[in-house]
Design a protein around this ligand. Structure first.
Ligand code: C2E
Ligand code: MG
Ligand code: MG
Length: 763
């Protein structure tokens, strides 16, 4: 896998993870919102409950205080309030028994009596001596009102108090005002605020204008302000909303900002004197949310970080293992360079696109020897050196690899094969010159190369395997040819080798499958112009529509000994054909069968021949055995003995290709043969070059043969002039394309005996 492929996959995984994280984040935000909402609701209801509690305590105290005053008032209704001393004592006692700070009685338009907690009772006190707030209460009760004053600071006690006042009536007439001042204990709680919202809140008392009646000591806003609307704590809209709610005596939840934080508050009417309780949650409104969001954010950031770390780790791990895999798949472990697979991949990319790619295969002569003598380690070092040098000499668009052992491949650029080969030669020379196998020995490393030229590569640019095979084929040739270091691939040569290969590996099966066929070429009697015989010539029909000719396989068979089997097979074919003709009532003509040297000297050659002719019941004289004159060069005596044996049986012996090699009249005179076949080359020389000397020699040969009683056949008769010439020279038979090419037996039979198969056909 390539690096960008890993990156793409990682991006894919990262994308999935990101989506998962975003989903989790959305869930987290949802949960946070839900929690925050619940928290706000809980706080709100807590504030409301708390405020209600304070409100009811306040109301309870006020109504109980009024109750006390009312009781006292009814008592006064029936007592002699004018007796000041008496009243002063009652007032003092009463004041002591309840929690009022001050109690006073002011008869209408008269001086009053004032009892202050802890002080002696004062009598004959003028109303006008009292604080204005107290005076206001007195006057209003004289008018028959029951009054609860606003809060104010007592000049006597220096405490925040308020005053109750109820009228005292006698006989339906208001006779005085009974007043009491109280410092509601609840206010101290409100003031301290320690217990409000479990210590996290405080309560102010305000009036409908927002003015503070009692301001908690724990107020969040530290600045000295008179009303809640002072300062920038409420936004304009919120201030308007709050003012409207206050005016309508409604309960309202609000929030204000102070020093960058938002705080929740509840404004609830007390139901007395337009008083309002302002309950403030001193915990930052955002703090809960903040904390939750922070927890979520930290959790997700942690998860994200963990994922990034895991991704990075995974990426590195994958890249590392990929690099290792890549190295294993595409690197030669010994040299660290490309291996064959990698080379092939690059070649697959390059070759079809460029017409100047030459594929080169290189090898070290005697590498096995280097390995054995100098040891594996030095041999390995030599291979590394070769790779290093080779790659060092390459141009930017060229590349190389080590395949295995000491075999290297390279791609060299250039359209002139000669020049590329020259450059390759120089590179190889440089590699060998600098290669030191052993310091103490002067062993000289030698290399050889096979090269497939750019032209050959361009001929089949997609065939990468073929290109490699052909380069290796050239390498093999270079190994065998010691002359040159670089061998350039030759298609013809390769084709021949391929056929050779095919021939060698398929010959046995082909013989078994009767792929070898007998073709016949007529020998024409020059005196009568009639068919005088035929030569059996082998053709190989491998079954793929192709035909292999004798020169493609006979030399190989002669070298590997298979010609022994083939020649006997051909004798068998000839006899079979003769038998077929005879059985058809056709008077046959003698058939000549070529016999290789190997067969001729086989120990059981003659018995085998006899066995064949006996098998088909063919008289031996219908078979002419063609031998090559080269046989006579080695052992004429033995050859003659063989010939004698064969002739005794009845076989005719013909000497083939006379004049093509070391022909000599001497040979002719020594061998007891029946027929002499003059080589096609002989005739060609006489005809084409008008060579008088050749003609004289030919004449002599023919005459000498005649004198020896040897029949003369001339091969390669291609024209009428050829025929006339050989007839003039006194030859007996002519064989050649002029009469017929070698044809299969059916065609031969049809041609010379026609459809009725009885008439011997003319040429
Ligand atoms: P050969 O025995 O001298 O056969 C004559 C060759 O000359 C044949 O080639 C034939 O086709 C060719 N020929 C005949 N007339 C003409 C002509 O007018 N012009 C030209 N240019 N060529 C002509 P072929 O069949 O390819 O055989 C080649 C050789 O292979 C034979 O030479 C023979 O030595 C050998 N051969 C063929 N069949 C056998 C066989 O069954 N056994 C053995 N051992 N060798 C065989
Ligand atoms: Mg022949
Ligand atoms: Mg011949």
């Amino acid at each position: 896998m390539e690096e960008n492929q890993i990156q793409a996959r990682l991006r894919h995984v990262a994308g999935i993870i990101l989506i998962a994280v975003l989903l989790l984040l959305a869930v987290g935000i949802g949960v946070a919102a839900f929690l925050v909402n619940s928290m706000v609701e809980v706080t709100n209801s807590q504030m409301r409950a708390e405020t209600e509690e304070y409100k009811s305590r306040l109301n309870k105290q006020i109504s109980s205080d009024f109750q006390i005053l009312t009781t006292m008032s009814s008592f006064l209704e029936f007592s002699d309030v004018e007796q000041a001393d008496n009243f002063a004592r009652i007032l003092d006692e009463s004041s002591l028994r309840n929690d009022f700070v001050t109690m006073a009685y002011f008869p209408v338009d008269n001086t009053g009596i004032v009892a202050i907690l802890g002080d002696p009772v004062r009598t004959s006190v003028q109303v006008t001596d009292m604080q204005p707030e107290v005076q206001d209460v007195v006057y209003r009760t004289w008018n028959g009102e029951t009054v609860l004053s606003y809060l104010f600071e007592s000049e006597l006690t220096r405490e925040k108090i308020f005053v109750y006042g109820i009228p005292v009536e006698k006989n339906g007439q208001v006779v005085g005002s009974l007043i009491a001042s109280d410092q509601l204990e609840i206010f101290s709680d409100i003031l301290s605020g320690d217990t409000v919202l479990g210590g996290n809140g405080h309560i102010h008392m305000i009036n409908t204008e927002g003015r503070f009646l009692i301001r908690s000591q724990n107020a969040i806003v530290q600045e000295d302000i008179e009303t809640i609307f002072e300062g920038p704590y409420f936004s304009d809209e919120e201030a308007e909303r709050v003012q409207a709610a206050l005016a309508a005596q409604e309960t309202i939840y609000t929030s204000f900002r102070y020093k960058g934080h938002s705080y929740q508050a509840l404004l609830q009417p007390v139901g007395i004197n337009n008083w309002y309780m302002l309950c403030v949650n001193s915990m930052q409104e955002s703090s809960g949310i903040y904390r939750i969001v922070m927890v979520i954010a930290v959790t997700f950031a942690g998860a994200l970080l963990l994922m990034v770390i895991l991704l990075t780790y995974g990426y590195r791990l994958t890249r590392h293992s990929n690099q290792e895999l890549h190295a294993m798949a595409f690197q030669d472990p010994l040299t660290g360079g490309d291996n064959l697979r990698s080379f092939m991949l690059r070649l697959t990319e390059t070759m079809p696109q460029s017409g100047d790619v030459n594929v080169v295969a290189l090898n070290v002569h005697q590498f096995k020897f280097i390995n054995e003598i100098f040891g594996r380690e030095r041999a390995d070092r030599l291979l590394c050196h070769i790779h290093q040098q080779l790659s060092g000499h390459l141009l930017p668009e060229e590349f190389c690899c080590r395949d295995n052992a000491d075999r290297f491949f390279a791609v060299l650029r250039g359209t002139d094969a000669g020049q590329v080969a020259e450059r390759l030669n120089q590179i190889v020379e440089e590699i060998c010159r600098t290669a030191l196998v052993n310091h103490s020995s002067d062993y000289r490393v030698m290399m050889y190369c096979g090269m497939l030229s750019a032209a050959e590569c361009a001929a089949a640019p997609q065939d990468i395997n073929g290109a490699m095979t052909r380069a290796l084929f050239a390498l093999e040739r270079a190994k065998n040819a010691n002359l040159s270091t670089v061998w350039i691939y030759d298609a013809e040569l390769h084709k021949k080798e391929e056929i050779d290969n095919y021939v060698q590996s398929h010959m046995h099966q082909a013989l078994q499958d009767r792929e070898f066929c007998m073709y016949l070429q007529p020998k024409i009697d020059l005196r009568t112009g009639r068919l005088g015989g035929a030569e059996a010539l082998v053709r190989w029909l491998p079954g793929n529509g192709r035909m292999l000719y004798p020169d493609q396989f006979i030399p190989l068979f002669e070298a590997n000994g298979f010609s022994v089997s083939l020649d006997l097979y051909m004798v068998d074919c000839a006899c079979r054909q003769l038998r077929a003709w005879m059985d058809q009532g056709i008077e046959p003509v003698p058939l000549s069968v070529n016999q290789s040297k190997l067969l001729f000297f086989e120990a059981d050659y003659i018995p085998k021949l006899q066995q064949i002719i006996q098998q088909y019941n063919i008289p031996a004289h219908w078979i002419t055995l063609e031998i090559l004159e080269g046989l006579a060069l080695e052992n004429a005596e033995e050859l003659n003995a063989r010939i004698e044996q064969l002739r005794k049986i009845g076989f005719h012996i013909s000497m083939d290709d006379f004049g093509s090699g070391y022909s000599s009249l001497n040979t002719l005179s020594r061998l007891h043969i029946d027929e002499l076949k003059l080589d096609r080359g002989f005739l060609m020389e006489v005809v084409n070059q008008g060579n008088i000397r050749s003609r004289i020699i030919m004449e002599q040969v023919v005459q000498m043969a005649k004198r020896l009683g040897i029949c003369v056949v001339v091969e390669g008769v291609e024209t009428q002039e050829n025929e006339e010439l050989i007839r003039t020279l006194g030859c007996d038979f002519g064989q050649g394309y002029y009469y017929s090419k070698p044809i299969d037996t059916d065609a031969f039979t049809a041609r010379f005996w026609g459809a009725d198969q009885g008439k011997q056909a003319e040429k």
